[in-house]
Design a protein around this ligand. Structure first.
Ligand code: G5P
Ligand code: MG
Length: 223
């Protein structure tokens, strides 16, 4: 019997727009496999791989890791996804060449974009703390850890991302506007794009949930 077709989606949005936050709810309620390009790169840096060393310089300055590295990295990660309902890519593609390469390899079902004003983003990034090994994200106001400075599940220390200092955040927002925003048009023309506007993830989430539920049966009934 042929394997069931995998659901393939992308989440776009500026740095700090809540891609990781909304993705973790999609994983919880719709059972997709979450692949975050930023989390994959940070684990390469933590493991001191050659790729990690190359990526680190670009990331710390708020720039982009070269397209050829990213396409190779993500396509090999996607090949390793076995079974399940499908996947959710967060942070990739980020440039038109990356999107063109992905189109050659996979037929996408949906592209979601989170549209959050930049002034809201700058404020919330200041309070972000992360657990690098798992990618779990906290915020001192929005979703603080149970114990300050410590990951809820492992008890390991939380850190602040080196690219979350104000100069790098400003550069990441500029990079998003010039390199990634053109993808809205790219996916709009392919009739795959659905945009969600708002300033709070908790208010955006029910709309994302309802839209996704038109494609996939939720694995949990509540939003
Ligand atoms: P990343 O890791 O992909 P970004 O910059 O795209 O990084 P980031 O910063 O991870 O995106 P996010 O996932 O959109 O943000 O947002 P989040 O973490 O969920 O939320 C941000 C904070 O706000 C958290 O603390 C969260 O708790 C809080 N929060 C969420 N919602 C709310 C709310 O409603 N209210 C409040 N108060 N707080 C809230 O990429 C990093 C770097 O890797 C390289 C690049 O150098 C990039 O800069 N890279 C690539 N380079 C080239 N090509 C690619 N494809 C690349 N992918 C990664
Ligand atoms: Mg993220």
């Amino acid at each position: 019997m042929a394997a069931p077709k995998l659901f393939k989606m992308i989440i776009l949005g500026a740095p700090g727009s809540g891609k990781g936050t909304i993705s973790s709810r999609i994983v919880r309620d719709f059972g997709l496999k979450h692949l975050s390009s930023g989390d994959i790169l940070r684990s390469q840096i933590m493991n001191k791989t050659e790729l990690g060393r190359e990526a680190e310089q670009h990331m710390a300055a708020g720039g982009l890791v070269p397209d050829d590295i990213m396409v190779g990295l993500i396509s090999s990660q996607l090949q390793q996804v076995q079974g399940g309902r499908g996947w959710l890519l967060d942070g990739f593609p980020r440039t038109t060449p990356q999107a063109q390469q992905l189109q050659k390899m996979h037929q996408l079902d949906l592209v979601v974009s989170l549209e959050v004003p930049h002034e809201v983003i700058i404020d919330r990034i200041k309070g972000r703390w992360v657990h690098i090994p798992s990618g779990r994200v906290y915020n001192t106001d929005f979703n603080p850890p149970k114990k300050q400075g410590v990951d809820d599940e492992t008890g390991e220390p939380l850190t602040q991302r080196p690219d979350d200092h104000p100069e790098a955040v400003a550069r990441r927002l500029e990079t998003y506007s010039s390199n990634t925003e053109p993808l809205l048009q790219f996916y709009g023309q392919l009739d795959l794009l659905k945009q969600f506007h708002g300033t709070e993830s908790n208010k955006i989430w029910p709309h994302v949930y309802e839209h996704l539920a038109t494609f996939l049966q939720p694995s949990k009934a509540d939003k």
